[in-house]
Write a new protein. Structure first.
Length: 135
């Protein structure tokens, strides 16, 4: 399973986005490997300004695997954040929750965000930065 961060969905949905990311994510969708969570849904859907686009993306997201965010997810995210802070590393809470969701569901996290690389060095997060596919 692949948890796809909002940083990747932006390049997937943008008409001028990365063809290579669009192909990679389309393959994940067709193989029923694409997953999101509630935070990723909010990040993407709240950034849409046209109703027709909102409805289309919302419909897409309803068809993807959706990982639940539980009280245990928040606890794991908090512990990871605490451990990072002890090492002088600060990352956004939303990224900690997304990372914890991926770990809980044994998913690889696809992203374009430096924070997830930092998190993976101090946790069991399996991640892949797709930044090289942007150009």
């Amino acid at each position: 399973m692949i948890l796809i961060d909002s940083s990747v969905w932006i390049y997937y949905y943008r008409p001028s986005g990365s063809i290579r990311i669009q192909e990679l994510i389309t393959t994940a969708i067709l193989e029923d490997l694409a997953a999101v969570n509630g935070i990723i849904k909010v990040e993407i859907l709240s950034g849409i300004s046209r109703e027709t686009e909102y409805k289309a993306v919302e419909s897409d997201f309803d068809g993807f695997n959706c990982f639940e965010i539980t009280a245990d997810t928040f606890k794991k995210a908090s512990v990871t954040g605490f451990n990072l802070r002890k090492n002088g590393i600060t990352v956004p809470s939303t990224d900690l929750i997304i990372a914890a969701t991926a770990v809980e569901n044994n998913a690889v996290l696809y992203h374009i965000d430096k924070h997830f690389g930092l998190i993976s060095k101090h946790s069991r997060l399996r991640q892949k930065n797709l930044e090289e596919l942007i150009s």
